[in-house]
Design a protein. Sequence first.
Length: 153
Amino acid sequence: MKSILNNKNYKAVSAGNLTNYTLDVKTTSAGTLLKELFETKLPVFSAPKNPNFLRHLITLFEDKNFISLDFFAGSSSFPHAILESNRIDKGNRKFIAVQYPEEIDIKSKNGKVAKQFCQRKNLPLYITEISKERIRRAGKQILQNNPKTDRLM
């Protein structure tokens, strides 16, 4: 995806107003976001999907009240994008995120970071634990950064 899509600045109409719009699809942006969420020096996942790009895809649906099913949740980028989309447009989207309880690959550098995180939080060393924690942290961060937001789902 990164090699095909470029990050571009566009003029877009939002809520009837012309505004500047940047389509951010870099996986490096997604990694930076994970480092901030988990307060780590490296992302807890390698090559996570960019929630800003996923949020852009979500806007292609006019319905703001649907349930999405993510059968391979991984780092939970799509649930994160759903929460952020609901905050932006007051939608009522919901998600079902499925992640097989796969062990963290502690041999990779990202896996080592994920392992350290899980150990600090007394969590089992499974991708599912990181995935659930990301949903919790993303929701908390969105609410803290947007005090007028009263709900995300």
